[in-house]
Write a protein that binds this ligand. Sequence first.
Ligand code: APR
Length: 228
Amino acid sequence: MKKLVVLTGAGMSAESGISTFRDAGGLWEQHRIEDVATPEAFRKNPELVLRFYNERRKQLLTVQPNYGHKGLEKLEKYFDVQIITQNVDNLHEQAGSSNILHLHGELMKVRSTGQGAEVYNIDPRNIDIIVGDKCTKGYQLRPHIVWFGEAVPEIETAIDIVKQADIFVIIGTSMQVYPAAGLINYVPKGVPVYLIDPNEVSVNSPNITVLKKGAIEGVKELTNLICK
Ligand code: APR
């Protein structure tokens, strides 16, 4: 089977009702990155940071995967599909996709701030993490999220996956955040690239087919194009 590698961003989940970051009305218009999404912010005001992610988690529990997520799962019949997502939601998992790499962490997990940085699943019945919630060794828990200014531990794995792509697909990302945006540079020469986004996104690739659509319509059209 050919390897289909898909890089997804916030636009993938937009039609499920999760707002993107940089579109008009997006999350970063409502919150300052430096207040809620950096290690400094967590040191300065952990309550605010924890509350921000508690709200994200609460919202996640109200939404469902859309037909774009589900369409990617269906493509597993025809391709060895590997999803690399910048999203911290679990909608690809809920849609049933088998191979998902989270570059920027996962909302439904927490991590110890201690040396071991142990990761724990969050019980969906108890999603609020507060100051004083500790790991088994007594260290404060933090969201299992890659904040601005932090390393992206999974990037090397992602690069290795992209290097093996027979088809590369980009869905719903403004391609403004590195190192994720740099993954395009590892797509092997001659491999077709598809970009699904209703807005203009600047991607430098000689073999690109742009589907200027939302994720749901875009995945449908992609399926028609590559499953012929
Ligand atoms: N379908 C597909 N794409 C859409 C849709 C839709 N229905 N609606 C909007 N988009 C596109 C926008 O045009 C934009 O190109 O989704 C993209 C969203 O871009 P961003 O808000 O910048 O999100 P993303 O690229 O995922 O951000 C990357 O930045 O804030 C950090 O860690 C966070 O993972 C995130 C990273």
